[in-house]
Design a protein around this ligand. Structure first.
Ligand code: ADP
Ligand code: ADP
Length: 259
């Protein structure tokens, strides 16, 4: 990844096609917040977890390879994810702006994304980190229920559906995801700390990361993200952004970035 790539990545996005990443541990509320943001800003919501679950459902070659790893709480290999994302990012809806949810999750994924966005002159507006303690994550995920049809998520206590067991939006029977059990949640958390935290550090080092306390109530988190997004959209000083970039750490994702 070159400095030029990084400048392009962090450069001010002048057109109003919003490009965001939601990053954080499993259960932090990325999907919940994505559902609001995608409607508000007419964004392509790109959730690698949802895409993979669809592949598993269809029993495609990718789905067959991903199924066991997902059930065990391990990451699907980067090569498979990058192939899937390369295709997704070519879809026409992406030009309206996008919201990445659950990607990038490893250094290799982050590097590939940065190169691609730089090559397409698509700077990111913001990387919003939803930050939450492990124990709260376990509490949330054990009681999460998901709609297999529309992807909407609920919580049996804090965010229950109107009719118990059924999606408010489309009436489908809600499911308890196979990987939302305590042992697998702990594996997923370990994977997050080991593989995704360095990605968060990378985005922090280039001045794009904005942290939100994800332990707050859903509407409060929504409000905080909205303020960050509005701030990112009105940011007008490319110089400030590139100064911040060069003033920050230039060593990232485990290798030196030439200046
Ligand atoms: P992620 O996409 O990051 O894995 P989800 O959006 O699926 O997380 O949320 C995980 C669980 O936590 C769901 O049951 C959801 O209803 C619940 N949840 C999301 N945000 C909050 C919040 N701010 N406070 C309490 N519960 C929340
Ligand atoms: P959550 O945010 O609740 O952990 P996701 O729905 O984002 O769950 O992902 C579910 C599973 O799909 C992950 O545990 C992992 O096995 C796989 N997965 C999703 N996104 C990626 C990714 N970017 N790289 C590798 N594996 C992924």
């Amino acid at each position: 990844m070159s400095v030029l790539d990084l400048r392009r990545l962090t450069g001010v996005a002048r057109q109003q096609a919003l490009r965001l990443i939601l990053i954080g541990p499993p259960g932090a509320g990325k999907g919940t917040q994505a559902a609001v943001l995608k409607d508000r800003y007419a964004l392509a919501h790109i959730s690698t977890g949802d895409m993979l679950r669809e592949e598993v459902r269809r029993q495609s070659p990718l789905g067959l390879q991903a199924k066991t790893l997902m059930a065990a709480g391990r990451l699907v290999p980067d090569a498979l994810i990058l192939d899937m994302m390369a295709q997704r990012l070519q879809q026409p809806d992406v030009s309206r702006g996008f919201l990445l949810d659950g990607f990038p999750r490893s250094r290799a994924q982050a590097e590939a994304l940065v190169s691609r966005l730089a090559a397409h002159n698509q700077p990111l507006h913001s990387v919003v980190q939803l930050d939450l303690q492990d124990e709260e994550i376990v509490r949330r995920l054990c009681l999460r229920r998901s709609c297999p049809a529309c992807g909407r998520v609920y919580h049996l206590q804090s965010n229950a559906p109107i009719a118990a067991g059924y999606c408010d939006a489309d009436g489908s029977a809600l499911v308890h995801r196979e990987d939302d059990n305590e042992a697998t949640i702990r594996t997923r958390l370990a994977v997050f700390h080991e593989q995704t935290e360095p990605v968060i550090e990378f985005f922090r080092s280039v001045g794009l990361l904005q942290r939100v306390d994800a332990s707050l109530p859903i509407e409060h988190v929504e409000h905080l993200i909205e303020r960050l997004v509005q701030g990112a959209l009105t940011k007008t000083s490319p110089l400030r952004t590139s100064r911040r970039l060069t003033a920050g750490k230039t060593r990232s994702l485990g290798r030196a970035v030439p200046r």
